[in-house]
Design a protein around this ligand. Sequence first.
Ligand code: PMP
Length: 426
Amino acid sequence: MNQSAQLFSRARAVIPGGVNSPVRAFRNVDGDPFFVQSAKGAYITDADGRQLIDYIGTWGPAILGHAPEPVLNAVHAAVNRGLGYGIPAPSEVDMAEMIVRMVPSVEKVRMVNSGTEATMSAIRLARGYTGRRKIIKFIGCYHGHVDSLLVAAGSGALTFGEPDSAGVPREMTQLTITVPYNDREAVKKAFELHGRDIAAVILEPFPANAGLYFPQNGFLHFLRKITRQYDSLLIFDEVMTGFRVAPGGVQQLHGITPDLTCMGKVIGGGLPVGAFGGRAEIMDCLSPLGSVYQAGTLSGNPVAMAAGLAQLRELLEGNAYDRLEQLGARLEAGIREAIRKHGRNYTFHRAGSMFCLFFTEEEVYDLDTAQKASKALFKPFFWNMLEQGVYFAPSPYETGFISLAHTEEDIDRTVEAVHASLSRLG
Ligand code: PMP
């Protein structure tokens, strides 16, 4: 038995399914996960010494690549000043100022420890601010494992066929209205029926947890308009897209001002961090100023703040976003050519450094169309890529992430592997 197999066997005995988060399991590709020994730049090394080009990037945070020097240095310096205080520290102010500067709609922000906490808190705040109960969520969007948001969810919940989780009583989700993404009529109807009791619409502005697809025909502008019309809040969950598709996320790209924004991933530089922010008038409803309670012993942890700040500073220097776009465009061109040579017309989506290959030739714009992608083709493709030293997420519903540490050579090697893997599919 190799090291990973031994570790997985030990893990299964003491950790449910052997993993601390379901997306790490290989259930959807009928195998066992490998264990990572270390990661640097665009590469991970597994417990058996195998080196892989990584397109998971810690599921988003590793935008500079793994263990970048500026982040490591900042973390080492912070550690030397203590690991956490539970008392205000300067780096929390630096981080809040940085987020307010980068994200157009955010006037005030509060730090939390995960994306789940960010969405959970934003929903509570929206309800507290509006005095309303209902929320609209889109089918296939994933917002973490918050009870009221585990309805028709994406990511691992979808991969493992449990978009509505056991353990969430129906009463907890009765106030959640679910509608298909990009479906204006369904949204209009929900507002017509429940408008005066809808606290907020929450969405991933580019859904990236059921594959990756995009708003069509001004869908985001439509949502902004209808939420204003009914005095409901618009919540962008930019946990994936924030600081990734542009310094200010999708809201910057599309020129939309949501009322609240959920953030995570990149601002932690790999350490556990999330945040939610928005209009000052709404954020000031939070305790201790207002009556909406929200808290966290470790929130704004100085080591995590140091890592995130160092990463954001690097991103703002030079031409990081142009470079991510260049690398993304190179990968896209290569993969499209490979698909064409293979004689197919599979759908490939990309936004800067985020990408997804769907094994379907049909247009993908919501969960239903994303699910037309063939799992039967994805599985051998995934294993073929891994055999050639390229690690894509072990699920057809996840998005790939390119980092600034990927080189043209890495991208070209990946494209070669895609050519070979597709041709092996026959
Ligand atoms: N929102 C979105 C859009 C996400 O992609 C995720 C996780 N991938 C979350 C929320 C939850 O974040 P976390 O896993 O940090 O709780």
